[in-house]
Design a protein around this ligand. Structure first.
Ligand code: NAP
Length: 314
């Protein structure tokens, strides 16, 4: 099959770090255009908004949206209504209902919608799921602590309403947990720490339960300097499984398993191509529902104000 002609929208950190390199390697997609107010991509047609891009290049068949979640719904809806296949960065939107609306639009227009969860494509996730399948799970401990100044430099949107704060990375852990556990979990308690000058939490402690009284805890923190932690430990009757480095490393009772190298975004684009070829959609809202639940029942602690640039105080 000829490669699918694709436009990439929102040329920022993740577009440059991951989408562009993966699209450059992909035989499934031909990147023909980009839409971004300030950014651009060498060697393709550049536009400042999706409408201009789709007006000028009706041959575009698919768009991939790499902008923050708050403005994504409007852009995705426009693309779907114009008959384009759409891939969404995580989290798939700012609210659950708007993503459900997008699913309806995709069905009505007969196109594919892929709400991607890149961490589910980490190399340890499928082997972890397979190892856990027949095991009795007692407890799961998630530790997701990273330095927001390093990974999200100057990204004020992350602390604005809809930006999710520390749940922006934390939702990656929840996307893995909901993929490897074969039973439903539900939030029982949450404590969210909000900087006094920000609209989204900088840290969160979560407790979940499962149908056989499994205990699941998650500790998210955006203030981690030094070594970073993206770990999930699962205690079973037959030993302990540990996913670390965001799912790139897997240990069973301390012994490392052989895994292929990390290629999350190559895998995401392969999946998007398969969905398009099959005329299918993939929209799993489970990780986002747990985050919404945390905002529903979490208690709210106020902490020190947060500034990205300590020297400038901004
Ligand atoms: P970013 O660099 O701040 O944003 C990407 C681009 O989106 C911006 O450069 C901006 O380009 C465009 N944009 C459109 N509307 C915007 C608005 N209202 N506010 C800010 N930017 C807007 O963010 P990012 O790190 O690439 O993250 C984008 C998405 O990818 C998020 O959903 C994030 O969770 C996800 N993601 C990020 C990472 C990471 O490591 N950073 C990893 C995986 C996934 P123009 O100004 O040129 O329009």
């Amino acid at each position: 099959m000829a490669p699918v002609k694709l436009g990439l929208v929102g040329i920022g950190k993740i577009a440059r770090d991951q989408h562009l390199p993966s699209l450059g390697r992909s035989a499934d997609f031909d990147l023909v255009a980009a839409a971004s107010r300030h950014g651009g991509v060498d060697g393709v047609a550049n536009f400042s908004a999706i409408g201009e891009m789709l007006d000028a290049m009706p041959e575009i068949e698919a768009v991939s949206l790499a902008m923050p979640p708050q403005p994504r719904h409007q852009v995705a809806a426009e693309a779907l209504m114009r008959g384009k296949h759409v891939m969404l960065e995580k989290p798939p939107g700012a609210t659950l209902s708007e993503v459900e609306h997008l699913t309806g639009l995709a069905i009505a227009n007969g196109v594919s919608l892929f709400a991607s969860w890149h961490s589910r494509h980490a190399p340890g996730v499928e082997p972890a799921k397979a190892w856990l399948r027949a095991k009795r799970i007692r407890a799961v401990a998630i530790t997701w602590k990273e330095d927001v100044r390093h990974w999200h430099p100057g990204q004020d949107w992350i602390f604005e309403p809809g930006g999710l704060g520390v749940f922006d990375p934390g939702i990656n852990a929840l996307s893995i947990a909901t993929a490897i556990l074969s039973f439903p979990i539900w939030l029982t308690a949450a404590s969210l720490s909000f900087p006094s000058n920000r609209q989204a939490p900088i840290a969160a402690d979560l407790s979940f339960s499962g149908p056989a009284s499994e205990t699941i805890t998650a500790v998210f923190d955006f203030r981690q300097t030094g070594p970073q932690s993206w770990d999930i430990a699962v205690e079973t009757d037959d030993g302990t499984l540990t996913l670390s480095a965001g799912g790139a490393q897997l240990r069973i009772d301390g012994t490392a398993e052989d895994l292929p190298p990390e290629a999350e975004y190559d895998s995401l684009y392969s999946r998007f191509a398969a969905l398009i070829a099959a005329g299918d959609r993939e929209v799993d809202l489970a990780p986002m529902r747990h985050v919404a639940d945390a905002f529903l029942i979490g208690d709210r602690q106020i902490t020190e104000p947060f500034v990205f640039d300590l020297a400038r105080g901004a």
